[in-house]
Write a protein that binds this ligand. Sequence first.
Ligand code: ADP
Ligand code: MG
Length: 262
Amino acid sequence: MSQPTYDRLVTHLERLGLGRVKDILPEVLKDAEQSADGHAAVLDRLLEEEIAAREERRIKASLRLAGLPFMRTLDTFDFAFQPSLDRAQILDLASLAFLARKQNILLLGPPGVGKTHLAVALAICACQNGASVYFTTLDNMIRGLAAADRVGKLDAKLRTYTTKSQLLVVDEVGYLPLTRAEANYLFQVVSSRYERSSVILTSNKSVTEWPEVFGDHAIATAILDRLLHHSTVLSIKGNSYRLRERAIAATRSPEPQPVPAA
Ligand code: ADP
Ligand code: MG
């Protein structure tokens, strides 16, 4: 190929935004010279690489928008440590049928048993499959909504937690008790998403304790009613992984013993 033709080709690729094709073009053209593959095979390789690069960019952007607190996947989840969890059931959830059916997942259990890890892992699966995801702690969501409400912008802020994402993760429900007005914000989010889009919610409290957390029996019941109607509830009964890690660290480097006084 003559240099002017090549230069024109590069300009076309730039104008079309085919950055990956542009980057790999010299290498692919060189390979093509030495191979018996036809033009169609060359075009196929170039376009496949462009699509893969775009997919990777889309997933990265989606993960950034999701605001996950850390990146943990199911591959690094030690199911042997948490026998109350059914591995097959979790892997089935990772197929994301719940998302298509607009169902919810409640991850319940004491601190350190992997609730946030599992919620994040499922959120990553959703991002990888093209879903929009938003992660928040309950505390952050309530504070954000209350602040918007004070300046008359509640409706706009509610959309952050309702229509803007196909999957909303609400982490750490139950750590702090809510006032009636605060519980009402959660009710608005949950009822707006009901049968429209999925919620994954984690809590250290069993659902029977929710009326106490929400300070209002009627609101707690109304929230639970909608959340539980189409849902998978995973109650994790086990030990804290954090404490296990600390115990392992302690056996590796024992605390220095005080030197007895002479
Ligand atoms: P929770 O939200 O239930 O309090 P986390 O999901 O934050 O607990 O887990 C605490 C830490 O322990 C995280 O770093 C998490 O990745 C890790 N962890 C918890 N359970 C497991 C597990 N079964 N296998 C691997 N890592 C785990
Ligand atoms: Mg957590």
